[in-house]
Design a protein around this ligand. Structure first.
Ligand code: PLP
Length: 363
C-alpha cells in the first residue's frame, strides 16, 4: 500500500492508518498528552496538523491513500488523473439503521472495475472492506439515530505525469485511493419518492460499450451531465433516461430503469447498463414474491405503454417513474409492483425506506 504520498507531505505529519487515528476515531477532538495546551498556544507552529481550531470540532474522517484524516484536510492534487482524464472508478454503498448494506458486493464490483481499468491498489478486497467499515464506524458517531450514511469509494489513475512533472518535478502514478462518507440527503428525493419522478430521453446517448464497458462503475460522466441538463430543459421534474445508439433504453445518470408489463418486471440487457446492486436486490425480492423478471431490449414505445416503471439505486433503493417524455406511464401513479417491492425491501432491512424520506420533507 502506498505511503508518504505527496498529499502526505502537504499535510505534514500523516501517520499510517490504524495507529493514532484509531484513538481519534474513538475520541474525536482528544489529543493524548496535549489536552492542557491552548489550541493556538506557543507550540502551535510545531504541532501543525494537530492544533487547529477545527481540530477540536468533531468532523468526519476520510480514508485517503492509506491514511485516515479529517475531512477538512483531505484534498487531491490539481493534476490527479481523476481530474485531468476523468480516469476514476467508484462505488457507493449505504447504511440501513447504521449497518452497511451489501458492502462486500460493492467492493467486489469495485475490484472488477479496477481489474478492467488495470489499476492495482495494493490491498485485498477484504482489507479495503475492513478499512471502510472502520471509517464508517467512526463517522456514524457524528450523525443522528434516524440519519443514514452514504459511503463513497473512488480510485483514480494517480497523478497525470505530464502535468505533475512540470508542476512538481515528480508524479505519483500509483492510484489515488479514497473512501469518504456523507449523510444521505433524504430531503432531496422526498417528493419524488412519494409521487414519482419523470424521465425524458435526451439527444445525448449512452457511451456505447464499444468505447468502454458500462459494467464498470466510473466517474467520467460528461454524457450524463449533459443528458440531465437537456432533460431538465424539457421538464424540470425529469431526469434523463439515456438511449443507446440503436434507440434502446439504458439507464439514468444514477439508477437502473425497470418497467412492469402484464405483471412481469422487464429490464434492459446488461450490454448497456451497470449491473446495479439494487437491481440485483430487485431480482432477489421478485423471486421471493413470485414476480417474473426478464431482460430484453426496451424502446420508448414499450415504456409509454408499460403498466408501471421505477428506478433502482443505492441511495433511495426504488423510486417510481410516472412519466416519460410528457406521457403518463400506466395511470401516472406509483404502481402496485413498486409498492410490493419497496415493502419487501423495507421488511428485509428493518427500515420503512419510503418513510425515511417522508419523515424529512423537501426544503
Ligand atoms: C449509471 C448508474 N446506473 C445504475 C446505478 C445503480 O447501481 P446500484 O444499485 O449498485 O447503486 C448507478 C448508481 O450510482 C449508476 O451510477
Amino acid at each position: 500500500m502506498e505511503n508518504g504520498s505527496s498529499e502526505g507531505a502537504q499535510l505534514g505529519e500523516l501517520r499510517p492508518f490504524r495507529a493514532r487515528e484509531r484513538l481519534l476515531s474513538v475520541f474525536p477532538g482528544l489529543r493524548p498528552g496535549l489536552s492542557n495546551l491552548s489550541p493556538l498556544g506557543p507550540r502551535a507552529n510545531e504541532l501543525s496538523l494537530e492544533v487547529t481550531p477545527k481540530d477540536t470540532m468533531p468532523e468526519p474522517l476520510v480514508y485517503l491513500n492509506g491514511h485516515l484524516i479529517p475531512a477538512s484536510q483531505a484534498s487531491l492534487k490539481i493534476y490527479d488523473a481523476g481530474i485531468v482524464l476523468g480516469a476514476t472508478v467508484t462505488e457507493m454503498t449505504r447504511t440501513f439503521r447504521h449497518a452497511l448494506y451489501r458492502l462486500d458486493d460493492h467492493i467486489a464490483r469495485l475490484y472488477r472495475s479496477l481489474k478492467y481499468t488495470r489499476m492495482d491498489i495494493g490491498q485485498s478486497p477484504s482489507e479495503f472492506a475492513a478499512a471502510s467499515r472502520e471509517l464508517v464506524e467512526h463517522n456514524l458517531k457524528l450523525i443522528g439515530p434516524d440519519d443514514e450514511l452514504g459511503l463513497i469509494h473512488f480510485v483514480t489513475a494517480g497523478e497525470f505525469p505530464v502535468y505533475a512533472g512540470s508542476a512538481a518535478g515528480s508524479a505519483r502514478t500509483t492510484p489515488t485511493v479514497c473512501a469518504h462518507t456523507f449523510p444521505l440527503p433524504f430531503e432531496l428525493w422526498a417528493e419524488k419518492m412519494q409521487h414519482g419522478v419523470h424521465v425524458v430521453t435526451p439527444a445525448t446517448r449512452h457511451v456505447p460499450p464499444q468505447c468502454f464497458d458500462p459494467k464498470m462503475k466510473y466517474r467520467s460522466r460528461m454524457h450524463y451531465y449533459l443528458a440531465d441538463h437537456e432533460a431538465r430543459l424539457v421538464d424540470p421534474d425529469a431526469v434523463a433516461l439515456l438511449l443507446d445508439l440503436d434507440g434502446n433504453v439504458t439507464e439514468t445518470s444514477g439508477a437502473n430503469f425497470l418497467l412492469v408489463e402484464r405483471g412481469t418486471i422487464v429490464s434492459p440487457t446488461l450490454t448497456n447498463i451497470l449491473p446495479g446492486i439494487s437491481r440485483q436486490t430487485v431480482i432477489e425480492l421478485a423471486g421471493r414474491l413470485g414476480i417474473p423478471f426478464v431482460e430484453r431490449d426496451i424502446q420508448v414505445h414499450s415504456v409509454m405503454n408499460a403498466d408501471e416503471a421505477f428506478l433502482s439505486t443505492t441511495p433511495y433503493c426504488l423510486m417510481p417513474v410516472t412519466k416519460i417524455n410528457g406521457v403518463p406511464i400506466g395511470d401516472g401513479q406509483p404502481g402496485p409492483v413498486y409498492r410490493r417491492l419497496i415493502a419487501a425491501w423495507s421488511e428485509m432491512v428493518g427500515v420503512d425506506i419510503a418513510g425515511q424520506f417522508a419523515a424529512k420533507p423537501s426544503a
